[in-house]
Design a protein. Sequence first.
Length: 718
Amino acid sequence: MAQASKTYSESWHLVANLKVALRPTLKVSKQVFRGEPWYLLHDPFDNQFFRIRPQAYEFVARLSLQNSVEATWKFALRHNPREAPGQEEVISLLTALGTANLLHYDGPTASSGFFQRHERRRATELRSKVASFIFLRIPLFDPDAILTRIVPWFKPLFGPLGIILGLGLGISTLRIVFDHWRPLMDQSQGVLAPGNLVWLYLALGIIKIVHEFGHAIVCKHYGGEVRTMGVLMMAFTPLPYVDATASWSLSSRWQRIFVSSAGMLTELTLAGIGLHVWLNTPPGILHALAYNMVFVASVSTILFNLNPLMKMDGYYIFSDLIEIPNLSSRAQNYLYYLVERYFFGIGSLVSPATSHAEAWWLALYGMMSSVYRLMVMVGVMLFVTNQYLALGMLMGLGMMINTFIRPPMRLINYLTTNPKLERRRKRAIILTLLALGVPLAMAVFIPFPNHFQAPGIMEARHATEVVNPVSGILLNLETPSGRWVEEGTILVQLENPQLMAEILEAQGQLDQVQALNLKATHESSADLEPIQRREDSARQLLDNLEKRRQNLTIRATHVGLWHAPELAYSLGSWLNRGTGLGTMIDLSSFRFLAVVSQEEASNLFEDQVIGMSVRLYGQEGLEIEVTDHTFIPYQHESLPSLALGWKGGGEVAIATNDSTGLKTKEPFFLIDARLRVTNGVRGYHQRTGHIRITMEPMPLLWQIERKVRQFFQRSLRL
């Protein structure tokens, strides 16, 4: 796809009389990418690699200190005019090779120039590391001597034996995971508990050291040199790293993929071994360490190392699978090319992509990785701010400089001085101002929809919990759950043999007292008054027992839906007084209790609400209208339902020291919203969902400013 470069160039005089040649210390190898041959130049001094096409290599290989660049180019033009590079391509090639410090120059200043370029390059690398100090690499030692001694120990694993052992361990590990999935998940709840952090960090250290040695051993086995091992400070967390750049010199892409995936394979191997240890050991130090190794290895492999958008193992594997070396930098260069070629109209540019398929990969990866890189930077900054305020503020300052100060300065410098824009400068400046100014003006002046969502639960406004006022055995469910009932309908029938015995006894006592009363009436009027008091007391006892017997038959207190889905499981069981049997739901009116965070509640105080609607989980296609609402203006700490918190599957954070699942981590406000009842919402009592609160439109920039301000107020307790 690369466009043919121009045969002649206006800048040719800058390089025509130079006498340069490839440095004699370079190592050259031939590789195949996407079915096309390439030459790989390896600089052992800096351990850097440079890839060029065969036609370009044929030209640079002829360069010598005895002939000028122009003489070499004319020679190539005479002997192979169809494949000879144009002057523009020669200039670009020499510029790239010179920047990479791969050329040797004629003259007394050649050696000093070499070291000056090397020092400039090292200084640039150092500035880059300092600028990205949250991912700072600190080299510590050369592991080559260690690798030379231990690599022969692992040689049998690079053959059929390694495949057999790997498959056996993998199959047995998967079986353990399937058979013990529930206890594995249950134990993961305590991974971040304070008492487990020591074992978690120890497991992380062991896993990552073995991970890096996995890369180094495989690279060394295939002939690559590994000369640097050190510490990577990722968000101020020390992790080991190894420089396996030499794997790029391997001719087989499958060997390169093996080197890139070796770290993850060793992690998964340790995870499999750890899972067997965890299964066969009692609770204790070894048991806890084994589980943490399983957790770290599996989570880090799935969430981080396999991600091709991060420059970790997954990136290099993906790059080799699609056969595009230097994928990240080339993707960024391709995005720059698209802007300059089609936005600024510079038609003489040569595309960095070599085919249409490669162009699509570069464009897609360039856009996705740019967005993801920004998300990671913001996420890391927010995490560090929550943990270490001073470092977080420092990172935020650095991020603001790198995002809002340095890029505009570079852009201004590019638009005003870059020679590529010599004939297109006015167009480039105007289009750049429009591209930046129009979205900014829209964000500042045009009102955008302003709304937020809050979780909550739908309830019938009049819902009565039915309990048994008398203890007894659940004899029968007279009305099945889910039936519409009228007031007085029998719902449940209980029986209480002890109560029936007490009634018979009370009846006997009443009969006896009545007999004494009759006798006293005819024989002794002096005993009549105390006997009548005894009769009244016995009659009152019997009446109370009769009322309790009648309460064994539980009836509906009002019209509504009888809801008792689990009561059938209690048939024949003894139910103590006050046991919840079910709920009588009046379907004539419903409400939605919404849990609103403190930050979102502040919006309700500042802005005017112009509309609300509710959507329930499982019925997202049905929008329920809110006819009226009440904002309860004081803070709550206990949820209206267990289903809204983490322990009930909801999204509201729960306090770590709460066993009920109702106490929230942070206070919240409640909105009581009255819903318009339709046939579509009948029966949705206790269904969770979201309320959408729409406020007056506001420019997008002020909405973003409010979100950022609220975040810092919450994080920094301002």
